[in-house]
Write a protein that binds this ligand. Structure first.
Ligand code: ZN
Length: 250
């Protein structure tokens, strides 16, 4: 089965739902500045990759899954000072998520899996809220929250340091999935920026500039590689699959 939900016909969806439990995976991204070298839709690419790596593993566990069209808009105020960033309110983003969940629930989907790679604190807080409210609707929701220590510890050292926006971690993921969208000249001249975004968040920084990222990146883009990207997709997908299996008890 082709996992792209948007490419299926309605009889195909109907047949899948009749055959057994079906998970809908929603890739959650942003349209946001990601350094001088990565595209605005970096988080969409990463979340879609996470979903694509998860589907075969879910199938191995006997769970059918479709990948929904990604949500490309999210709260992204930290990057609002950079050209190209489009930030929407948390309330608007949550309302869309809840409406999608209601629709899936009414059709008989067994679980909504949230594949998120946009770690803006306002977005993460919104997703935690939304997950609680979706569960209250009666739809199982699987949310692998990589900002929680337990999952963060499974990812790379740079990610755990908090210097994790358009650095080695994200750049590797884009190089693995869409290398043609990486500006290699800009990547190779991006100097190391070890400033920790997550530490800056806790100290009250409200923008990337205040957090020490005048070019909208943190970390070490020059260290990135497609090989690291593949390894990280496997880790991201594993966490998502675990979250789904916990929800469905399979
Ligand atoms: Zn990102």
């Amino acid at each position: 089965m082709n996992p792209a939900f948007a490419h299926a016909t309605w009889p195909q969806i109907k047949a899948a739902l009749a055959a057994g439990p079906v998970v809908a995976i929603l890739p959650l991204g942003a349209t946001e500045a990601h350094g001088p070298h990565l595209p605005l839709n970096t988080d969409v690419i990463i979340s879609e990759g996470m979903a694509q790596y998860a589907v075969p593993e879910l199938e191995d566990a006997g769970v059918a899954a479709f990948i929904l069209p990604a949500l490309a808009f999210a709260p992204a105020e930290y990057a609002a000072g950079f050209a190209g960033t489009i930030s929407i309110s948390a309330s608007a983003a949550k309302a869309v998520l809840l409406d999608i969940a209601r629709s899936l629930h009414a059709q008989g989907f067994a679980c909504l899996a949230l594949a998120n790679s946009h770690f803006d604190p306002a977005n993460v807080a919104m997703l935690r809220d939304a997950a609680t409210e979706i569960a209250a609707l009666g739809l199982k929701v699987a949310f692998a929250d990589f900002t929680r220590r337990k999952l963060a510890q499974t990812l790379t050292e740079e990610f755990q340091s908090g210097a994790c926006h358009a650095g080695q971690f994200e750049t590797s993921l884009v190089m693995a999935a869409r290398p043609e969208l990486v500006d290699e000249t800009a990547r190779r001249s991006a100097q190391d920026n070890p400033a920790s975004l997550t530490e800056a968040f806790t100290k009250g920084a409200k923008t990337f500039e205040q957090a020490g990222g005048p070019q909208a990146y943190f970390g070490f883009p020059q260290q990135a590689s497609a090989e690291e990207g593949v390894r990280t997709y496997e880790l991201l997908a594993k966490a998502l699959v675990t979250a789904v299996r916990e929800q469905l008890a399979v």
